[in-house]
Design a protein around this ligand. Structure first.
Ligand SMILES: [Zn+2]
Length: 477
């Protein structure tokens, strides 16, 4: 209890600072405003990170996400002009004699510190441009910490619309994300400076690249839509052949991309993604600097990997389209389509079978032409309870166990969905579901190691464990 009070006390500090920052925006000189904003940001950020990190070490499960949150906030020089502040997402500062250009502003709770460490490394100059690779919170969240008076904010033409729907649906997506990543705070942050949204671009990039020169460095902002959203842009530095790619490739390079993510969000056009990759291949980059993890170097290696990614997505796209025209079902195609050995890629983030389903639904949309019931507001599991009553819950659970033992875990899951519809607190049913989920998790970890699949299975295991504990208590009072 006293710890809780203490924490509330700690929270008031940052809130006070945030209020002071807002007041300072209106009352004081630019230097004072900036310094106050940075201090408030650092204080709020330290507190938020402390809470987030606490949660990670408690669950101890989200190894990969935990890794990103534990990336130290430190600055390093990557090329002649490019400096990077590492963090959950990296922030880049391209330093020229006539001012700095910033590419991606990071997570709001880390941004103030990221700006601080960068400014300790490079001479203080005005920030002329802030370029935001796309509308996700980990790439544009820190924007208020970088925009001084007169700073241009450059985004893709589609950025305002992407930001709008992500903000409008924030509670919905937050709860989905939290299911996958339970270390996230219960509610989306609402404090000024760290809440999502509100970025107002001053320059929009559409069909054509935006090229400019500053302090002897040439910049080209390239529209590269189709990857993490319709609003992806990359920054190309033609003199040094460096590509700052934001999230165009996702957090790993190379890998099979997430065409649509499991956590939701709007469609990503697969062909647009392939065209954007074509455009990047033609540049022949020598260094790729993504906004997560480390830079990738070597023209030949980069070229080979880019071509493999493009060809893999094209292959999966064409196979799906062919199968649709041949009258195959989405499930047949998900089971059937696999990358040929020469196009093999890691599927830790994206996954071929999910890409098949994504592409299928991108073209065919919501009505799968399978059951008349799909047309009406009645869920597929509406009849489960009746089936379970007719078949008997015990019999269904026994059969599920048998199917699992014979190597059909998904059929077991389906039967358990029916069985537990009639008796949510069926101890043997819940025990069997837990066993099947644990074995799926083991297979996922030993197989593709797909992070989304692993995170989802963890969430279902937690849920089943909770229900089982409850059911056992009811069973043996
Ligand atoms: Zn990201």
């Amino acid at each position: 209890m006293s710890e809780r009070k203490g924490r509330r006390g700690v929270i008031l500090g940052p809130i006070g600072l945030a209020i002071a920052a807002v007041a300072a925006l209106f009352l004081f000189s630019e230097d004072v405003r900036r310094e106050t904003k940075l201090r408030a940001g650092e204080a709020v950020g330290n507190l938020a990170l402390e809470m987030v990190q606490g949660r990670i070490s408690e669950t101890g499960e989200m190894e990969r996400s935990a890794d990103l949150i534990n990336v130290p906030i430190e600055a390093r020089q990557l090329t002649d002009h490019v400096y990077q502040a590492r963090g959950v997402a990296n922030v880049h500062l391209i330093s020229t004699d006539e001012g700095h250009v910033v590419f991606d502003t990071g997570l709001s709770i880390q941004a103030a510190k990221q700006r601080r460490v960068l400014e300790e490394m490079v001479p203080a100059r005005p920030v002329t441009h802030v370029i935001i690779s796309h509308s996700h919170a980990d790439h544009g969240g820190g924007t208020p910490f970088w925009t001084d008076r007169g700073t241009e904010i450059v985004t893709h033409r589609e950025f305002p619309e992407e930001q709008r729907y992500l903000k409008e649906l924030e509670p919905y997506f937050h709860s989905r994300n939290r299911t996958l990543f339970p270390f996230m705070p219960e509610e989306p942050p609402t404090l000024p400076l760290i809440a999502y949204g509100g970025v107002e671009p001053t320059i929009l990039v559409g069909d054509e690249p935006l090229a400019f020169e500053q302090g002897g460095v040439r910049f080209e902002v390239l529209p590269t839509p189709g990857a993490e959203g319709a609003d992806n842009i990359s920054l190309w530095l033609p003199d040094s052949k460096v590509l700052l790619s934001g999230d165009f490739f996702g957090p790993l390079f190379p890998q099979f991309p997430n065409i649509f993510t499991m956590r939701g969000e709007k469609v990503r056009k697969p062909i647009e993604y392939i065209r954007s990759l074509d455009q990047i291949i033609a540049l022949e980059p020598e260094i790729i600097i993504p906004s997560h993890n480390n830079p990738i170097e070597g023209r030949e290696r980069i070229r080979a990997d880019l071509i493999r990614m493009r060809d893999a997505v094209q292959y999966v796209h064409d196979a799906t389209v062919r199968g649709m025209n041949d009258g195959k079902t989405v499930h047949e195609l998900m089971a059937e389509i696999a990358l040929p050995p020469e196009l093999e890629l890691r599927q830790i983030h994206g996954r071929v079978s999910w890409a098949v389903k994504s592409i299928w639904e991108y073209y065919a949309t919501w009505f799968h032409f399978d059951s008349t019931a799909e047309l009406y507001p009645v869920p597929p599991d509406d009849a489960y309870q009746i089936i379970a009553e007719l078949a008997g819950t015990d019999a269904l659970v026994d059969r599920a166990r048998q199917e699992f033992d014979e190597g059909h875990p998904i059929r077991a899951i389906q039967l358990l969905d029916v069985a537990l519809a009639a008796g949510e607190m069926h101890v043997a049913g819940l025990e069997t579901r837990l066993r099947v989920l644990e074995s799926l998790l083991e297979n996922a970890q030993a197989g593709l190691r797909n992070a989304y699949e692993i995170d989802w299975l963890h969430s279902r295991i937690r849920l089943t464990q909770e229900k089982l504990a409850l059911a056992q208590r009811v069973d043996r009072p």
